[in-house]
Each structure stands twice: as C-alpha cells, then as structure tokens.
Ligand binder design. Structure first.
Ligand code: BG6
Length: 516
C-alpha cells in the first residue's frame, strides 16, 4: 500500500493521502470502452488528478479504444471537456493538461476486429518511442462484461500479455460485475487465468478505493481500544446501509440485467461486511488482507432455500414518489425498463457469520435506489445495559457509526447526564469528521485504485477466490429469487427507506433500522 507517513508534527496515517514512496514505472494505459460513461466521469478525471498531484510516472501515455470514430485530437478534446466537467479539481490546470493531453491517443475499432489490435500495437510502439513508456502496459476493461472474453482472447492472440516475470509488466484491470453468478464468475476466472497470472489481474471494486473504507482497517487494527469489544460478547448487531437517492439514470439496459444484488451487494456491500468482520491480517499486504476477508465470506451462513430467503431477504422495487420535494418516476416508468420488470432495486438481508467472533451477532445489510438520501454507513450497535440505574429512556445502547459517505467520519454514541439537578441521561455523540480533522481533500476512489494498479499493489483489488466466495452467497439467493415460482417483490415509494417488510425483518428480532 502506498501510504508514506509524512513527518508531520502529529503523525497521521491518513494525512498523506496518495503520496507515494516513489512514482510508478513508466507505462501506457489502454482504456477499452474509452468513449463510455466510466471513462468520461471517472477514469480520465482520476488520471488527470494523479497527473496534477505529480503521482504519475514522468513517462506516461493513455490510449483510448472504442467504436466511436474519433481522431487522436478529437479524443483529446473530448477528454479535456470530460475532465473540465467531472474532475474534483477545477478549473483544469493548463500546464498539467498540456503534457497530459500530449500523451493521449485513440484507436477506433470493434473489439472483435483483429485490425483494431494491430493498430493498437502500432500506437503503443509509437508511445514507447515518443513518450518512453518502455513497453509496460496497463489494460483497463471499462466495457460491458459481455466483451471481456473477446478482449482477453484478442490480447492473448496479438501477444499483448507478457509473462508475469517479464521485466516489462502487463496488468489488466477488470470492472465489475465480474460474472453474473457463481458459475459465470468461475468460467470468467478460468478464462482470465488461461491468459495471464493472478498477479497480473486487478478486479476492481471502487468501494475499496474510498478513504473511509480503507480507514476501517486503520480504525480496527491501528487502535487498541476497540478490539476487545469488537465481538459477540459486546456487539448486539451490525447494520450496513448503502443507500442512494439516485435512480438508474440512463443505465436501464445494464441495470435490468444486474439489479441490486449484482450491482451493489455481491461487491460493495459484502466488502464492507468483510472489513467490519475480518480478523487482523498477519501483515498489511495483498494476500494477507485478502486471506482474512475470504474467511469472512466463507463463514457466511448460506441463504439458498425458499424458506431461508423468506426469513432473511426482502427485495423491493421503487414506485413513483418524491425525493427532496421533487416528483420522480417509478422504476417501471424509467426509459428502457421492460413493462412488468421484476428487477429488484432494493434489498435487505439478515446475514449470519458463523465463526467464533460473530456467532449470534446478525449483520443486517440493505441497499437501494431512490431512497431518501445518499448515505452509506456501518453501524455497530453494542449490547444494552444489563440494568438501568437512571430510569426509562436511559438505556439507549452505545452505537459506533462509520459514515462512509457523505459527511465522512466516525461517531460514537453514548449516554451523558443532561445538566441540572436530576440524573437525566441523554444520548450524545463523539464525532470525528474527515473534513475538519484533516486539511487535505480525500482523493477519489479511482485515483487510489489506478495508482495502486500502476504500482502493482493488489491489496485493494479482489482475488479469484474472494470474488467466487462472494458470488456463492449471492448466487444462492438469486437462485431462489429468480426462480420460476418467484419470491415476493415488494413495492416502495421513491423517497422512502424501502418496503415496510424491510422494517419487519428487524422488528422480528426486536430491532429497528437506524435513520442515517
Ligand atoms: C456502482 C454502481 O458500482 O456504484 C452504481 O454500479 C452505484 O449503481 C455506485 O450508483 C455507487 O457508488 P458510490 O461511490 O456513488 O457510492
């Protein structure tokens, strides 16, 4: 991991942000899907911000590949606009852009056309000569999953993938969703590993690039005081919410195929579960961290029968409603959504982790589109007081809330005495906020992850067995919810916290969802 503690007066593991010990080696990045949404909104702005922070190697080039018929100049112009619009640093710094833009190239063509790859080879050689990129390559699949097999095959056939021990590196970043169930994820893993070594594969989950998500590791394993209480003896239950007020925007074609399970649960939400529940790794390196996360996934109680799904899973889809005073359409009315679509846009699940630390401590997770607001948080609720000295209302349990976004930070809620003559307790909060604690702005998740991939650090990327273990749980649920006799799909109005049945899931255990 490229944390490089600065010699500040108060050493702080988060403060240095992306400051790396040394810049990555010279390299050319090839972005497949260069004219797509991800490249425009996230990848190019992230690369530009890395250039702005002087984190990119001096010798660097980017080649966009997609069907749109751009010239190099048109592509550079298009990307300049995208960066101007989506970069977290505005306006674009002309001097930085001059060099960055000069390293942009574009190869138009279809992914199943050999000629595209011949022209790509010529362009990469030109970059090696003119920008000294030294034949190091990072290929980024910012494309629909259906293209992955073709891309892998063409890269192999055209000799782009060098052996892992070659002095010139070849790495491939693969976007989610990695497969659409356990069987297809396994098949894709087989295909990937026929073409390259696991050390060359970077399966991306952008949640792992978020500062607050990484901070879970520092919070848990960089402090002594939380570890003794981070277990079944003190924790009553854990709630993880990943809510969005956004709907599906213009992504109906993708979303109709994916739904909330493949879009959020198999990846982002289960990663949050892993980081909350895992044991301390033996070292802070890629395999040690991932070994521990996988143990959590393997300990998850399977949910793969209609009875278990009925008891533990609530799926929903939004109807029309109001968010922040504005009318929004229901899922069925969104453009390109099939009438009568059963794609879930909300899910709540009760997970059990069958191991020594967490036996009997439910992890309730929920995620949804068109909820009242964007809020991702992990709330660890501690056990209730064994006996209340101060009367009714004085026994609110302690809660530790990790706010992943927005208002990034951590709050501990506890009882305090209200000033006055009586012993009247009230819940108050001790609050750490990134915004005020650290002077530096947090980098975007994609900046961190692209830099790690350039440096060859896989800690924040998912390994083969990890992605399969996550699919195992989700596939088990999907096999029931997508089966012919169909589980109920509950309705919820846009702007609510999901169907009432999600509340009932916790009420059955005598608990209630927190309002983030
Ligand atoms: C993406 C999903 O992976 O994550 C989107 O495809 C979702 O549907 C997004 O909106 C949420 O990411 P973030 O960083 O906005 O929480």
């Amino acid at each position: 991991m490229p944390y490089a503690p600065e010699h500040d007066e108060v050493p702080n593991p988060l403060r240095p942000g992306l400051r790396a010990e040394s810049p990555p080696d010279p390299c050319a990045i090839v972005v497949f899907g260069a004219s797509g949404d991800l490249a425009h909104r996230k990848l190019l702005p992230a690369l530009y911000n890395l250039a702005l922070g002087a984190h990119l190697p001096a010798a660097f080039g980017i080649v966009g590949v997609s069907k749109s018929p751009f010239t190099h100049e048109q592509y550079a112009h298009d990307m300049r606009e995208a960066v101007g619009k989506f970069s977290r640093n505005k306006p674009v710094d002309e001097e930085v852009w001059r060099d960055f833009g000069a390293g942009l190239r574009y190869v138009p063509g279809a992914f199943d056309d050999d000629d595209t790859f011949r022209r790509l080879a010529v362009t990469l050689e030109e970059l090696d000569r003119t920008r000294a990129t030294r034949a190091n390559r990072l290929f980024y699949f910012a494309t629909p999953p259906s293209t992955f097999p073709t891309l892998l095959e063409k890269l192999k056939v055209h000799g782009f993938i060098r052996p892992p021990r070659d002095s010139r590196f070849t790495r491939v970043v693969i976007e989610k969703p990695f497969g659409r169930d356990l069987a297809s994820a396994r098949a894709l893993n087989r295909l990937v590993l026929e073409v390259m070594d696991e050390k060359q594969v970077f399966r991306i989950d952008h949640y792992l690039g978020k500062e607050t998500v990484q901070n879970l590791l520092v919070f848990r394993f960089g402090n002594t005081i939380f570890e003794p209480i981070w277990n079944r003896r003190y924790v009553d239950h854990v709630q993880i919410t990943a809510g969005e007020e956004l709907g599906i925007e213009s992504r109906a074609k993708y979303y109709e195929e994916a739904g909330i399970f493949r879009d959020m649960i198999q990846n982002h939400v289960l990663q949050l579960v892993c980081l909350t529940a895992m044991e301390a790794p033996v070292a802070f390196d890629a395999d040690a961290v991932r070994d521990e996360k996988i143990k959590v996934l393997r300990s998850l109680c399977p949910i793969d029968t209609p009875e278990q799904v009925a008891r533990r899973v609530v799926v929903g889809q939004y109807d029309a409603g109001q968010i922040a005073g504005t009318d929004v359409a229901g899922y069925q009315e969104e453009k390109d959504v099939a009438k009568g679509s059963r794609t879930p846009t909300f899910v709540a699940i009760k997970l059990d982790i069958n191991n020594w630390r967490w036996e009997g401590v439910p992890f309730y997770v929920r995620s949804g589109k068109r909820l009242p607001k964007r809020a991702t948080e992990i709330a660890v609720q501690f056990r209730s007081l064994p006996h209340s000295l101060f009367g009714e209302g004085a026994s609110a349990p302690n809660v530790l809330v990790v706010r992943v976004q927005p208002e990034e930070g951590i709050a501990l809620r506890f009882s305090a005495k209200v000033p006055g003559e009586r012993f009247r307790p009230r819940t108050v909060s001790m609050d750490f906020r990134y915004g005020t604690a650290f002077a530096a702005a947090s980098p975007e998740a994609y900046e961190r992850l692209l830099l790690d991939a350039l440096k060859g650090d896989q800690t924040l990327f998912t390994r083969k067995d990890e992605v399969e273990a996550a699919w195992k749980l989700v596939s088990g649920i999907l096999q029931v919810t997508e089966s012919a006799d169909r589980t109920a799909l509950f309705r919820y109005p846009a702007g609510s916290w999901g169907p009432a049945q999600a509340d009932a899931l916790l009420a059955a255990d005598g608990k209630a969802w927190r309002r983030p």
